[in-house]
Design a protein around this ligand. Structure first.
Ligand code: SAM
Ligand code: SF4
Length: 374
């Protein structure tokens, strides 16, 4: 397979010599470029308790009528088909903010029954998580990612348009106390909070959580993202290195989006000579590390194994592709699993090669991140 460079450093999407035109007899979610989707993201709502500027408009997303949202039983039906018939191996619930669904524990319990043994994960902003966590864990939740961009309260309030940093920290503390490991915290790289990155990393090392920085993608509802304003991984590394010695250790596995770095604070005995020969501080799941997901400048499209369902039960094969295949009407029409599974396979077959952010003709997708499910 030759590599097609899509213009960014290291970004390459492998494509077959002649693009495949016929869908092979394969039960899994394969696409024309030979990728197989196994990681299912299910959005459960468009509502949110925050208004992050890189995601939501100030007034929130237009509300989805209640009858258009998937119910717990409908979500479970699709999760079951994904796992049993299509090879899905992990299911992550997202949004909007999934904690805005009062029936989230019911959704998890139904998904757990439909897909026993499959990891059920949550991506959340953490607001209110402390109160909901026991019920969610009892319903079958196994993994949690929490989003936090800065530990500076004023900067947090500016970026999220809500003064809720204490609530997020309470949510993270509850997840940590519940023994969820590894507990991952995701931070979007923004110019306004770049100088806060060392404090955030110091906090993460102290709290024993795995911090991962993510380059901002052009998926903000306000449409103000621009290439020139992008804070990239290289700029982040320069800022972090003022306070930490960082040693690259690669990826957890080749398909993992985050490149990992060992972290040792400067000025400690370990680093006073500018080297990192001493061990990094230990967290609950090993030495302190930081991950960088360079989703724009070092696209991982070539390894992408994701398939997404919007809150209205529509398959979205790529964050950046506007092609959508509604499955909910098939579910509501009482179609058998085989028909729904085949519609899902057909949707994924059409997945585009890569995000194309570097191309002159790049067009932003119509939906913003919160309306897709990140
Ligand atoms: N509300 C939950 C949260 O914030 O974790 C779940 C939904 S949110 C859309 C999922 C993830 O997408 C979050 O980690 C968020 O930081 C990230 N995200 C949102 N907009 C983004 C953007 N424009 N670029 C990169 N990541 C983004
Ligand atoms: Fe809400 Fe998450 Fe989007 Fe922030 S990133 S506005 S918390 S959905």
């Amino acid at each position: 397979m030759p590599a097609v460079n899509i213009g960014l450093p290291h970004a390459a999407v492998r494509v077959p010599d002649a693009p495949a035109t016929d869908r092979p007899a394969d039960d899994r979610l394969v696409d024309r470029f030979g990728r197989v989707a196994r990681d299912l993201r299910v959005s459960v709502t468009e509502k949110c308790s925050l208004r992050c500027t890189y995601c939501m408009p100030e007034e929130g997303l237009p509300p989805i009528a209640r009858e258009r949202l998937m119910t717990p039983a409908e979500i479970a039906r699709l999760v079951g088909i994904g796992v049993r018939d299509l090879g899905v191996r992990e299911v992550r619930f997202t949004g909007g903010e999934p904690l805005m669904r009062a029936d989230l524990a019911e959704i998890l319990a139904a998904a757990r029954e439909a897909a026993p043994g499959v990891p059920l994960a949550l991506t959340t902003n953490g607001v209110g998580l402390d109160k909901r966590l026991p019920a969610l864990l009892a319903a079958g939740l196994t993994r949690v990612n929490i989003s936090l961009d800065t530990v500076d309260r004023r900067h947090f309030a500016d970026l999220t348009r809500r003064d809720r940093l204490p609530a997020v920290l309470a949510g993270i503390e509850a997840a940590r106390a519940a023994g969820i490991t590894p507990l991952k915290v995701n931070a979007v790289l923004m110019r306004e909070t770049l100088d806060d990155a060392p404090d955030l990393l110091a906090w993460a090392v102290g709290a024993g959580v795995r911090l991962r920085f993510i380059e901002q993608m052009p998926l903000d509802a306000d449409g103000v993202w621009s290439r020139d304003a992008l804070v990239d991984a290289a700029q982040l590394l320069a800022v972090l290195r003022r306070r930490f010695v960082l040693t690259p250790i690669g990826r957890d596995d080749p398909a993992a989006p985050a490149e990992e770095w060992l972290v040792v604070p400067r000025g400690t005995a370990a680093t006073s000579h500018g080297d990192a020969s001493e061990p990094a501080p230990m967290g609950p799941s090993g030495p302190a590390t930081v991950g960088i997901i360079a989703s724009v400048t070092r696209s991982f499209c070539v390894e992408c194994d994701r398939t997404r369902l919007t809150a209205e039960g529509t398959v979205r094969s790529c964050l950046f592709g506007d092609d959508e295949t509604p499955l909910l009407p098939l579910v509501r029409a009482g179609e058998p699993d085989a028909v729904i599974a085949d519609a899902w396979r057909a949707a994924m077959w059409g997945k585009q090669a890569g995000h194309g952010v570097d191309r002159a003709d790049f067009a932003r997708p119509i939906r913003s991140m919160g309306a897709i499910g990140g």
